[in-house]
Design a protein around this ligand. Structure first.
Ligand code: SAM
Length: 352
């Protein structure tokens, strides 16, 4: 039976994939550094709506956790994403991704020379939501190579992998632990497609360039979805909306990360490597039916803004309280703008 945790709005999310997921997963091979194959400890209860970004929320005491977006990490460790957060956003992510990019992608994949099936690399796969969304949209057998630097998330991705493609063909997966900043064309040899979701905005320009160079070197297309665009619309509006949004965007750009500049940087990088690039909007549309996600998103959004500009704390405290109350009352609508990018690199295998 699945372990579950109760969300602030009363829903449940799995604390960790259970045996049922594993038995039905269709995995034929799981490789890579999986930390000795041990099962990770159960994740903290998301109920405590309180898991993560230490000190990020304006109204939390030191040591309390404001959102479920990140897991605890040491001061020098990279951010570690909470599976509860990735689970909470999975349905909205699926609804947001741009279907208009799928037809040009299908045409490219159909023209690949001499392929028995597709080999798809998902970079920064987290718990594997991109595969669960995309595999059933593409025909033919597929082998997914799931990359992440976090072995804990790779475990979730492996046990909850997609099972069949659009035409019912078999889907298999393997996992690879590694950093996108060290991706090489050799690592992508034989790839039909590289995908990523909610990744580009947490990368640096150098990492995006490495990704573009690896795809160009391997001659494979890339579908890179759900990069934050830096624009948010809240209804009803509040005079503090713009200030919070600007502080949040500045926070996203800290330490050289691209944040809202990611799509422009990626379009430039892939174009410079000879790819044809298409970009399509993929906004989250959050209403009363998504209140659990909206509440967590608000905590993280406001918390990061305050971390960036501590002088906002008092006003942001009031703002967050009012926004959460409106959310709970079903009176808040939020559009969080994202973009999806399809880059068609020149194939290296002779196809066009
Ligand atoms: C916001 S999460 C998105 C996860 C997943 N793609 C999804 O849409 O649910 C970002 C993911 O990228 C991974 N990640 C971030 N930077 C990375 C890097 N430089 N190399 C490899 N993985 C990275 C994180 O561990 C995390 O799993």
């Amino acid at each position: 039976m699945r372990k579950t945790a109760t969300t602030p709005s009363g829903g449940t999310i799995p604390a960790q994939p259970g045996p049922r997921d594993s038995a039905e997963s269709g995995i034929v091979s799981v490789e890579g550094d999986m930390s000795g194959g041990s099962v990770p400890a159960p994740v903290p209860a998301a109920a405590d709506a309180d898991a993560v970004i230490l000190g990020a929320g304006p109204s939390f005491r030191p040591g309390e956790q404001a959102t479920v977006r990140l897991r605890e990490a040491g001061p020098d460790d990279p951010p570690r994403y909470a599976p509860e957060w990735l689970e909470l956003r999975e349905g909205v992510d699926a609804a947001a991704r741009a279907h208009d990019l799928l037809d040009p992608l299908r045409i490219r994949l159909a023209n690949l020379p001499g392929r028995a099936g597709l080999v798809i690399h998902d970079v920064g796969c987290g718990t594997g939501s991109m595969g669960r969304w995309l595999a059933p949209h593409l025909d033919g057998s597929q082998h997914w190579v799931l990359h992440d630097r976090d072995p804990y998330l790779l475990h979730f991705a492996a046990v909850a992998s997609p099972r069949s493609s659009a035409d019912g063909s078999r889907v298999t997966v393997e996992t690879r632990r590694g950093d996108v900043g060290r991706l090489t064309p050799d690592a992508l040899a034989g790839a039909s497609l590289v995908t990523a979701s909610a990744l580009l905005d947490v990368l640096t320009r150098e990492e995006v360039d490495t990704l573009a160079a690896a795809c160009a070197g391997a001659g494979c297309p890339a579908l890179l979805t759900l990069s934050v665009a830096g624009r948010v619309e809240l209804t009803p509006s509040d005079p503090l909306d713009t200030e919070i949004a600007e502080a949040f965007n500045a926070h996203q750009r800290r330490s050289g990360l691209l944040g809202p500049d990611a799509i422009t940087a990626a379009a430039e990088a892939f174009s410079e490597h000879g790819a044809t690039v298409q970009v399509h909007p993929s906004p989250w549309r959050l209403g009363p039916g998504e209140s659990a996600l909206t509440a967590q998103w608000l905590r993280g959004w406001v918390g990061a803004a305050v971390e960036q500009r501590p002088e906002l704390r008092e006003r942001a405290d009031r703002y967050l309280r009012d926004r959460l109350a409106a959310c709970e009352a079903g009176e808040l609508h939020v559009v969080v703008h994202h973009s999806d990018l399809l880059a068609l690199s020149r194939p290296t295998g002779g196809a066009s």
